[in-house]
Design a protein around this ligand. Structure first.
Ligand code: PGA
Length: 257
């Protein structure tokens, strides 16, 4: 059985010093879980250098929240793969709902980022998810298919071991979000897995669920076979809470058929 994937995106929260204390605490609290859990944290850009110097022996994988696809250029305010590579990061998160809907990134842009992240040796974590309006029209699966087909266009077979997908319904994310029901999440995960199978037969790309994951719903989600891990925001931003959440779901994950 694959290790359970558990991660958090810190969004625009935590200064470099706060990120360091968070990682120190999380690292020591979860020390005994290394063989069972792949743990990852995605801090803000200014905290990345400090984060890399805080984590020992890749106990926690670290990622960036976004990346420009080009190596350098006249792109004020952007960060390139070479800059992130030099820091020693493992993951680049691409197409988070806030990138798509607050900063209006398109599927074609996410695709360029995915290809560049993979070409530069990172694990690319592509986030997909439908809006409330798309859900109401009954086109969630169509939207997910499109985001995956465009976002992953051109990814090669040899790169698949460094591809992760997160299903994060836009309406489920953040303080105003409502977590997806167990049944709804299960159906969308099965759809995502089917699209991935069509695109890359025989692949083992993990699909994580994200969007208002919390101690009340985490168990219901992780018992689903199509859910390979949880991508958590708010409920993971205190190291102790995140540690508790991981320990809550791990036995259920291990007990799955
Ligand atoms: P949330 O964030 O758990 O706070 O809803 C999830 C995310 O944006 O990845």
């Amino acid at each position: 059985m694959k290790k359970l994937l558990m991660g958090t995106n810190l969004k625009m929260y935590k200064t470099p010093a706060q990120t360091e204390s968070y990682l120190c605490a999380l690292q020591s609290l979860t020390e005994d879980l290394r063989n069972d859990v792949t743990l990852f944290v995605i801090p803000s850009y200014p905290a990345l250098d400090r984060a890399v110097n805080t984590v020992r022996d890749k106990a926690i994988l670290l990622g960036a929240q976004n990346m420009h696809p080009e190596e350098q250029g006249q792109f004020t305010g952007e960060v390139s793969p070479l800059m992130l590579k030099e820091l020693g990061l493992d993951i680049v998160e691409i197409g988070h709902s806030e990138r798509r809907h607050v900063f209006h990134e398109t599927d074609a842009e996410e695709n360029k980022k995915v290809l560049s992240a993979l070409a530069h040796g990172f694990t690319a974590l592509l986030c997909v998810g439908e809006t409330a309006e798309q859900k109401a029209y009954g086109i969630a699966d169509e939207v997910l298919s499109m985001q995956l087909k465009i976002g992953l266009n051109g990814v090669t077979k040899t790169q698949l071991s460094r591809l992760w997908v997160a299903y994060e319904p836009v309406w489920a994310i953040g303080v105003n979000g409502t977590p997806a029901s167990q049944q709804y999440a299960k159906e969308r995960h099965l759809h995502i897995k089917a699209v991935l199978e069509m695109l890359f037969p025989g692949n083992e790309v993990p699909v994580l669920y994200g969007g208002s994951v919390n101690p009340d719903n985490a168990r219901d989600l992780i018992v689903q076979n199509g859910i390979d891990g949880l991508f958590t925001g708010r409920a993971a931003w205190e190291a102790e809470n995140f540690n508790k959440l991981i320990r809550q779901v791990l036995p259920l994950y291990k007990g799955r058929a």
